[in-house]
Design a protein around this ligand. Structure first.
Ligand SMILES: Nc1ncnc2c1ncn2[C@@H]1O[C@H](COP(=O)(O)OP(=O)(O)O)[C@@H](O)[C@H]1O
Ligand SMILES: O=C(O)C1=C[C@@H](OP(=O)(O)O)[C@@H](O)[C@H](O)C1
Ligand SMILES: [Mg+2]
Length: 191
């Protein structure tokens, strides 16, 4: 087990945040949370229902609330998979940067499209051309993922287990190099 702070995964829809988050939480002996699931549990409704009734704005309010609750609950030893739009609000970006080691799971638009095409639970991809939507979102969000993330991991040509191993290796390497730097502040994961 790696002695690491809380780990937060960011990246676009289909990057594998939910899948990889679960895998690395098991390897690290940490508790796993998926913010979308937390939002659904709090609302007593699924994400398509929230978008339908409250619009994207309603969902974003719930998302920020769920994220800040998590920080305030002072939970330790966790892996958190976020939703792809978590970086769109600056208040969320502030929380992410202060409260964990943030890992950006990168996927090309082609892979995002392929991986999201098998399910219909992402409301933003249900109307219009999903490829054009993913491309547009990626242009806006890629710099924001990079802004908040300490580590960036490429996922395109890797199976989920290989991605999880890459993430674990990168975290280990990062923490080791921080250990050898007396000015580094490891205490980024306060929840
Ligand atoms: N590295 C990968 N290679 C191939 N398929 C993947 C990979 N990572 C995730 N998937 C698949 O892509 C789909 C979306 O994954 P998910 O974890 O829900 O992504 P996210 O939470 O980032 O939207 C799932 O069917 C999952 O099994
Ligand atoms: O990119 C987005 O804005 C969204 C991504 C989704 O999560 P995943 O990235 O896990 O699919 C979910 O939060 C919601 O449908 C909105
Ligand atoms: Mg997810």
């Amino acid at each position: 087990m790696i002695n690491a702070p809380n780990i937060i995964l960011v990246g676009p829809m289909g990057a594998g945040k939910t899948t990889i988050g679960r895998l690395i939480s098991q390897s690290m002996g940490k508790e796993f949370y998926d913010l979308d699931k937390v939002i659904e549990d709090n609302a007593g409704a699924d994400i398509p229902w929230i978008f339908e009734r409250e619009g994207e704005e309603g969902f974003r309010k719930r998302e920020t609330q769920a994220l800040s609750n998590m920080v305030q609950s002072d939970t330790h030893n966790t892996v958190l998979a976020t939703g792809g739009g978590i970086v769109t609000r600056s208040e969320n970006r502030d929380i992410l940067q202060q409260d964990g080691l943030v890992v950006y799971l990168y996927a090309s638009v082609a892979q995002q499209l392929y991986r999201t095409s098998k399910s219909s639970h992402r409301p933003l991809l249900q109307a219009g051309d999903p490829k054009a939507t993913l491309k547009k979102l990626f242009e806006v969000r890629d710099p924001l993922y990079r802004e908040v993330a300490t580590l960036v991991i490429e996922t395109d040509a890797r199976h989920p287990k290989a991605v999880a191993n890459k993430v674990l290796e990168a975290i280990k390497r990062y923490l080791t190099s921080e250990d050898s730097n007396p000015n580094a502040h490891l205490n980024r994961g306060s929840w």
